[in-house]
Structure formats: C-alpha cells, structure tokens
Ligand binder design. Structure first.
Ligand code: ADP
Ligand code: MG
Length: 624
C-alpha cells in the first residue's frame, strides 16, 4: 500500500519524549563524544498504533523518516545546549548526531536483495569478509575563486564535483580551488559482508554485498565478525570503460551495526530435543552411532570417522590466570593416496558441523587461508583487509583440501593461526588481529601421487615438521589393494548408486507400492544412523553445556602413555617430534570423548579410547 506523504514530526516528537528522553539528554551533555541516538525498532513497534505507522514508514521511506526525526528534535526542542558564553549551540548537536535503528524483526538474505528493495530500509546478516582503511570523505567542499570568494558545494557519494562558476553574484570566475580546511569531511569506510556458512544449502557459493559506513560506525568491526547490518539499500550507476552503463550496482548505506557474539545461535534446541539428546547420550553404542553417521556413503575408515567425531565435539578452551590461553580445538590432517575419499569426507563434515567452511589450498582467494591486506576495487585504491578461510570459520570447522598445494605465505601464517588462534596483520594503514578459533580438518596428497613409506612425510606433503606438530592427529590413508576390503568398498559404492538410481527412477516412473517404508529399507545402507539435523543439535548441546574434568585415574593413563612415547621417540629419526603438544592433544581428545556422553568427568574409558587413536596415528608418523 502506498503511504501518503505526511509530516510525521509531531508523532516522532511525542514518541521520543516518552521513550528516549534520557538518551537525548545524554547526547546534549556528551556530544561530540556520544554522537548517535540508537532507537530499538521493537520499542517503536510497541508504541501503539502510531508506533506501527512510524515503523512502517521507516521501512518504506527511510530517508524522509530520518529527516522527520531530526526535525522533530529541532522543533520540539528535545536537545538543548549552551556554550560557556551562554550562546545556544543546540543546532550543532542536532545537525551533527546520527539517528540509528536496531533490532529489526525481519532479515533480507543477501541473495534475495532485488531492485524492489532500492531506497528501502533493510536488515541483512552476514560475516565480514573485508574492511578498508578508515579515511576521510569530503561531504561539503569549500571552493575559492581567484578573487577570494567562497562557494560551497555538497558532494554526492563517490563522485567529486566542482561548482561551474563562482557563487558570488558579481563574480564571473570559473577557476575555483578546493580549500580543505574550510571543507567538511566525514570518516568513511567500506565493508564487504558475505552470507554466513550456516545460511547456505550445501555447496552453494556465498554471495556478497558492500556496505558503506561513516562517522562513529567506522573501525568498529573486523573481518570474521558476524554482524547484522541495518541500512538503506542504494544503487550507483556502473561505469565501464569510462561509459555510463544501464546496469546499477547495489550497496547498503549503513545505519547501524549489531555484532553478534552468541555461538550456535543458529541451532535451536527445544525441550523435546533436549530429552532425545540426553537419552541418546546414555547409550553405550553412541560413539559408533555418531562415527557411522559421518559420511555413511563412504565405506570403512572407522578410525578417521571417530577422530572427526571427536573433532566436532572439541576439547575445552582454557583461559589461564596469566592471560594466556590453551586451545580446545582439535586439528586433524588426512594424508593419503588419491581417490580414497578424503575430499568426500571433508565435504561431508562441512554439511554436518555448524559454521563449517570448505576451501582448497590451491584455489584459495587472495586472502588465502588466513588473511591478507590487498589493494583493490572495494577500497578505490585504499588498502583493504580480507579474511581467509580460518577467520571465516571462527568458532567452527575449516576443512582445507589439498593443503600440500597451499601458498608459501599461508604456510607461515598457519602456525600462529592454529596454535594462538589469531592472525596479526600489519601492513600500510592496517593493523589488526583477527581471531581464528576454529578446528582445522586438512587433507593432503603426497607429492609423488602415492604415499611412500620410506620418505619423510614432511617432504611428501610439503609442510614443515613444526606445522605438522600442530595437528593433534595425522592419519596416513593408504590405498593398498586388499581383496576383501576392495570387494566391500565396491559393494558399498554400488549400493549407494543403486539407491540413488531407484530414487531417480521413481521420480519418472513411480515404482508400484513404493512408500516411505520402502525407501527407508532400500536406502538403509547409506543413511546416517543419526540424521544431520539431530546430530547438529547434539553437537551444539554438548558444546554449550558440557565441560568435563579429568579424573586422577584418567590422568594416570594419559601421563603414562606420554612418557612411553617420549621413550621410544627420543632416538627415532621420524619427522614428527613427540613434544608436550601431544600431551595437550591427548587431553583435548579425552575432553571431547567425555563430551560425547555429555559426562562431567573424563574417565578411564575416555583415556583409553584416545590413547588408542593417538597411538594408531603416531605409529605411522612418529615411531614404528
Ligand atoms: P581423494 O580426495 O582422496 O583423492 P575423493 O574424495 O575425490 O578422493 O574420492 C574419489 C571417489 O572415490 C569418490 O567418489 C568417493 O566416493 C569414492 N570412494 C573412495 N573410497 C571410498 C570408500 N571407502 N567408500 C566409498 N566411496 C569411496
Ligand atoms: Mg581430493
């Protein structure tokens, strides 16, 4: 419905007086240290019938509405201020403040932004992919002619324009020059946000939108932050090769930024779910069930799947009194012959784990795996800081395929990213520390195609020992011909194909009598025992609620095993050194193991389980 153009300043004044008087007084006192009035959309909507009308109008005609509000503040004298000499300076405050809205109930997906949204107030959520440096932007230019007259000209977004002729009526000067210290500038920054991984259906490429921020919103977000951006969708004409095009580019003129800090907010667990999860956790077979629910179409690889299951549950991050911290995230590396389903496993995990990002060491963007400072179109020549996969996967899992082919820069920055769980970038005007609190699931192919037992693994996967030692578990997956196993794999692969064929066939020529039960039976061999939605909830529940502690008995076992490792490894020439890192890895894995049962204590069984897994791995790489 078309809204009539009516002056709403009276209604706004009444609303602000009722609900935001304290904030307005604070602005009058503290301006310019406090520069923004932030209004909750929910508060506005809850303000009776007028509130709903005003709220609707904000969405439909945001530019007019924001001016109405400023007018309302002015005419109703909602802000008043005097300087020391007693002169009224209220107008400086009123024209200098920003009016911002937060907590909009409806979000627009980045991929759904269309022409119909242009000049409307929208709310989008996403993850910050890039930020530019903060730089001043000219808003009102002061121009002086040779005769010394001043002419002021407001500048449109992005394009610089000079007056054609001096503004003084008696003057005909056409040559004018910009006088910086009489001009008005505003801080400006550009951001690029991208859809969050959890909002994507498997395999979709995330889409981006650029955000223009000014004034006190500059410099408050970093790449990797999860945010809600509220603002007005604007369009600018694209210019290709100096020619104006009929195609317009979109960006959001940012009105407010909300930074989300909650983890797993995307996973909602009902009371019923909670019952189910607690019930499942009491089943002694839960380990196997969860492991088998990871990539059911892939046959075997039970230890790998079990390790991945533990990785998804994760250990517990600890903050030490001295300010240092110990990571809880578990890093796993799969090394092996081609064609043994490494890539498939990675893709599957991403579908399961909340906040999963899949990337390849080979095809990574300019930001690579960690972060980079680049100069490009977003910044119009300014430096921009771009987040790589590990930053985007903050508080999730980063699956990195073909790690052997990653760039040299990545290899060096990964050390810090994996252990300290942050990356520092210092280049040009950019100085930032980005968080990478994620677990890394890597896959690497040996250099010569096949894994060679007699050559050093570090050389084969093109990673230094120091980097390899950051992985809690390294699996060597060999493709040795084995008649029984091969037959089993073949049968399993063909079962998945046949199940798939039946579904496709049924779509074209319905199979008589084929009901849900029929498909359940037919698909059984390739269906996960716990479906992905429930497993995701299980994971989120465990991570939120379960913080198990070591028992003395479990501790004994881990320490004993660690000592025995040091004993055999000390004079072995295997390339992955046994260091205190392995002991930390054992603890993390044991914590994850207890979490699977939602237990408060790490017991002897947990300790034994992880010793077995670690030993299988280390036997292949550290000692034999
Ligand atoms: P890699 O990344 O290790 O080179 P891929 O993940 O690309 O291998 O797997 C190659 C193909 O072989 C995939 O289609 C995968 O499903 C199949 N495959 C390999 N091993 C198995 C297995 N154990 N069970 C089922 N399928 C398998
Ligand atoms: Mg592969």
């Amino acid at each position: 419905t078309e809204l009539e153009i009516i002056d709403r300043s009276k209604e706004w004044a009444a609303f602000l007086k009722k609900k935001y008087k304290t904030e307005l007084n604070k602005l009058a006192r503290e301006y310019p240290y406090t520069k923004s009035l932030t209004i909750g959309y929910d508060v506005l909507e809850g303000y009776g019938k007028t509130g709903t009308i005003l709220a609707d109008e904000l969405l439909e005609r945001p530019g007019k509405t924001l001016e109405d509000i400023r007018d309302a503040i002015r005419t109703a004298h909602l802000i008043s201020r005097k300087d020391r000499e007693g002169n009224d300076t209220s107008e400086d405050v009123i024209s200098g403040i920003n009016i911002r809205f937060i907590r909009l109930p409806r979000k627009t997906q980045i991929r759904d932004i269309r022409a119909e949204h242009i000049n409307k107030f929208i709310s989008v959520d996403g993850i910050i992919r890039r930020v530019t440096e903060v730089r001043p932007r000219l808003v009102i230019g002061a121009f002086r002619c040779a005769a010394g007259h001043f002419t002021y000209k407001a500048q449109d977004y992005g394009t610089y324009s000079e007056p054609d002729v001096c503004g003084n009526a008696e003057c005909t000067q056409k040559k004018l020059e910009l006088v910086q210290n009489k001009s008005t500038f505003i801080d400006s920054q550009k951001l690029r946000i991208q859809e969050t991984p959890e909002g994507l259906r498997g395999g979709e490429q995330p889409q981006n939108i650029d955000i223009d921020v000014v004034d006190d919103l500059c410099g408050i977000v970093s790449p990797g932050d999860r945010v809600i951006i509220n603002g007005i969708l604007r369009s600018v004409q694209r210019i290709t090769g100096g020619q104006k095009s009929t195609v317009f580019d979109l960006f959001v003129e940012c009105n407010s930024i909300e930074i989300s800090i909650k983890e797993f907010e995307e996973v909602n667990i009902s009371e019923e779910d909670e019952e189910t999860i607690k019930e499942m956790a009491t089943d002694p077979a839960v380990y196997g069930k969860i492991a088998r629910s990871i990539a059911p179409t892939i046959y075997g690889n039970d230890e790998v799947k079990e390790a991945i299951a533990l990785q998804m549950f994760g250990g517990i991050a600890k903050e030490m009194p001295d300010g240092s911290s110990l990571r809880g995230d578990i890093h796993v590396l799969l090394v092996g012959d081609p064609g043994i389903a490494k890539s498939q496993l990675l893709r599957y995990v991403i579908k399961l784990a909340p906040r999963g990002i899949y990337t390849s060491g080979k095809s990574a963007s300019s930001a690579g795996l960690t972060a980079a400072a680049v100069k490009d179109d977003l910044g119009d020549g300014r430096w921009t800081l771009e987040a790589g996969a590990l930053v985007l996967a903050d508080k999730g899992i980063a699956a990195v395929d073909e790690m052997d082919k990653m760039q040299r820069d990545d290899r060096s920055s990964l050390h810090e990213a994996m252990e300290q769980q942050s990356i520092s970038v210092a280049k040009a005007g950019i100085n930032a520390t980005l968080r990478t609190r994620c677990s890394l699931l890597g896959a690497a192919n040996p250099k010569l195609g096949r894994f060679d037992e007699f050559t050093n693994i570090s050389e084969q996967v093109n990673m230094p020992p120091s980097l390899l030692s950051r992985f809690d578990l390294i699996f060597i997956m060999k493709d040795k011909p084995d008649a029984v196993r091969d037959l089993n794999i073949a049968n399993h692969i063909l079962k998945s194909h046949m199940a798939g064929e039946k579904i496709m066939h049924h779509k074209k020529h319905p199979i008589p009598g084929a009901d849900d039960e029929y498909f359940k039976r037919e698909l059984a061999p390739v269906m996960p025992e716990i479906d992905a939605v429930l497993l995701r909830k299980y994971l989120a529940y465990a991570k939120r609620n379960c913080f198990p502690m070591l028992t003395n008995e479990a501790k004994e076992i881990l320490v004993q095993y660690y000592q025995s490792l040091r004993g055999v490894a000390i004079d072995s020439d295997k390339p992955v050194p046994v260091t205190a890192r392995q002991l930390e890895a054992l603890v993390r894995l044991a914590e994850a193991s207890a979490r699977v049962r939602l237990a408060d204590e790490i017991d002897v069984e947990d300790a034994k389980r992880v010793v077995k897994i670690v030993d299988t791995c280390l036997r292949q790489v550290a000692y034999d």
